[in-house]
Design a protein around this ligand. Structure first.
Ligand SMILES: Nc1ncnc2c1ncn2[C@@H]1O[C@H](COP(=O)(O)OP(=O)(O)OP(=O)(O)O)[C@@H](O)[C@H]1O
Length: 368
């Protein structure tokens, strides 16, 4: 019986191309059937290599890749029932949309009539019916991408792998096509694994966001987990939206501790998931940029705020619904407040103003 399950388990997966350095280094991960998973990380961290190993275009040096309960290492992509959509789309320029999509079935020995029937059904799914007889050169970037997607999906894979699928498109089209990808994934009901450089793309699309650094997984979880609860400085800085501060622990007081910083009374930080913190430890904490309020010196802090960090305004950027205010609060590091537009313009700051940065005590997140 055909196994349609597209759940994936990577167990101790390693890859070395030269026998000396590991570009993928002991990766363990479970991806559930029908999930939308995004791998994100800087260039060269091994995202594409993992994708290619799941697809069956590369073999791991060590470890197991299990799809639908079966170890697929050594099996060809057709046997794994994986399909890959490439960055360049790789469409045949001399074939029409319909022929490009039907082509994938030719190698599977289906009759021409069956191939074209299946292609037409898929063309409808990707909303290209009126373009079925066009050549790729007569299509927009977004339409070409839909053809590439249809061509990969027509083989009925249980896992579809997408390598930077949106990188060739302009910003507006990228946002539109990202919704299209999500819609297609839900309609097909199969596992999608998508490699991207773009944080926003990953958190907008994925059920499971996997943040990588130098061949290792730094954090994997739901988009909100990874964005709002980064484990460490790397993930916090990579995903963005956070200020990361370091300091020595001055006091431990039950459910919280105090971090020595340039704040008059230090920074009070809830212990949360951090099991042990001792006086004298060096600890990193994260505070979301949109949790930071700015107060003029001498004014009362808003309710629930105990920390006040002084700083001078270095730059101000209007961003529409919020204003980005950069401060010199942390030496050699940026410190940013995202102030709601209406709050900012009720009493606007200018570059050079001295302000107090503050936040509700519970907003400070200790990092590993
Ligand atoms: N066939 C190969 N032979 C030798 N080294 C390779 C090969 N493929 C990839 N590498 C190396 O492995 C490392 C990881 O590459 P990979 O393409 O997986 O990174 P990536 O995270 O997808 O990067 P990018 O975002 O730039 O595509 C890089 O240092 C790359 O040079």
């Amino acid at each position: 019986m055909k196994n349609d399950r597209g759940d994936i388990e990577l167990a101790g997966v390693c890859k070395s191309f030269d026998g000396a350095t590991y570009v993928v280094d002991g990766v363990n991960l479970r991806i559930s059937d029908g999930a939308y998973c995004c791998f994100i990380g800087p260039s060269g961290c091994g995202k594409t290599t993992i994708l290619r190993m799941i697809a069956g275009h590369d073999d791991p040096t060590a470890g197991e890749i299990v799809i639908g309960g079966q170890n697929v290492v050594g099996l060809a992509p057709v046997q794994r029932r994986t399909a890959m959509m490439f960055q360049s789309y790789a469409l045949f320029p001399h074939l029409t949309v319909r022929e490009n999509i039907a082509f994938a079935l030719r190698v599977r020995g289906q009759s021409k009539a069956d191939r074209l029937r299946a292609a037409d059904a898929m063309i409808e799914k990707v909303r290209l019916t009126q373009f079925a007889d066009r050549l790729p050169a007569q299509l927009s970037g977004g339409q070409q991408q839909r053809v590439a997607l249809a061509r990969a999906a027509i083989t009925e894979p249980r896992v579809l792998l997408l390598d930077e699928p949106l990188s060739a498109l302009d910003e507006q089209l990228r946002v539109q096509m990202r919704q299209e990808l999500r819609r297609m994934q839900q309609e097909l009901g199969i596992t999608f694994i998508h490699v991207t450089h773009t944080q926003l793309e990953a958190i907008a699309l994925a059920d499971l966001v996997v943040v990588m650094e130098q061949g290792k997984i730094k954090q994997a979880g739901a988009a909100r987990d990874v964005y709002a609860h980064p484990h460490d400085r790397y993930v916090a800085e990579f995903m963005g939206g956070q200020n990361v501060l370091s300091g020595r622990v001055e006091k431990v007081n039950g459910a919280s501790f105090t971090l020595a910083q340039a704040a008059p009374d230090g920074i009070e930080v809830p212990l949360l998931a951090r099991p042990t913190v001792n006086v004298g430890d060096k600890v990193d904490i994260a505070v979301r940029r949109d949790d930071v309020a700015l107060v003029r010196p001498g004014r009362d802090l808003p309710p629930g705020c105990t920390t006040s960090l002084p700083g001078r305004v270095l730059a101000i950027e209007y961003q529409g619904y919020f204003v980005k205010v950069m401060l010199d609060t942390v030496p050699d590091d940026e410190f940013v407040a995202y102030v709601p537009e209406k709050t900012f313009f009720a009493d606007p700051f200018t570059v050079g103003d001295v302000v107090m940065a503050t936040w509700a005590t519970g907003s400070a997140l200790p990092l590993a």
